[in-house]
Design a protein around this ligand. Structure first.
Ligand SMILES: [Mg+2]
Length: 190
């Protein structure tokens, strides 16, 4: 199978890096577990609001940390004979220069942390509904509900726990850990 892996907050800890920069800039103490919806801006101080999206820059990937055991998780996927493919939004696709810089920064971070290997593919794209993968593992509920090519695995993060009835979607499973995600890969491997 081709396993589509979302990058931000599945393999790399974007939210931790992002909130660190927000807390510094706005003298706040927002933590990852506070963010219980996708719209991060709603949890910021009024003087910040949607300005928090201005903090998302390619340079932040120079100092981003991996999710714990992300490299081992991807190696386990390879060891099972599957192909990892990195499927990730890279900002506004119409802003081509910035889009490329995000894609490059993410790829470099994946290589630096031993997660991706040279020769593997990173697919930049906001709309993941028709991503050319057999299974999509993503932390954004919207990406999982909209996925049309196979099984979607919703990787648990505080901002997707509101989706408690994921069982009503025949094509969505939830994984709280990489171990659970691997078990689902094994289950749907046919
Ligand atoms: Mg993500």
């Amino acid at each position: 199978m081709i396993i589509g892996l979302d990058v931000d907050d599945v393999l790399l800890s974007l939210m931790d890096r992002w909130l660190h920069e927000y807390n510094e800039a706005y003298d706040d103490n927002l933590q990852k577990h506070d963010i219980n919806a996708w719209d991060t801006w709603k949890f910021t101080k009024p003087e910040c609001g949607k300005r928090i999206y201005n903090l998302l820059r390619p340079e932040m990937y120079d100092s981003i940390e991996p999710e714990p055991s992300a490299a081992a998780f991807v190696q386990n996927i390879r060891d099972r004979g599957h192909t990892p493919r990195y499927v990730t939004a890279c900002g506004d696709p119409k802003k081509l220069q910035l889009h490329r810089r995000f894609a490059t920064a993410k790829w470099n971070a994946l290589i630096r942390h031993g997660i991706a290997e040279y020769g593997e593919l990173l697919l930049p794209g906001k709309d993941k509904s028709r991503a050319p993968v057999d299974m999509l593992i993503d932390d954004r509920a919207h990406n999982c509900t909209g996925f049309r090519n196979g099984m979607a695995v919703l990787f648990t993060q505080p901002w997707n726990e509101w989706l408690q009835d994921e069982g009503k979607y025949a094509h969505i499973e939830r994984a709280d850990t990489f171990t659970e995600a691997l078990a689902l890969i094994d289950y749907y491997d046919d």
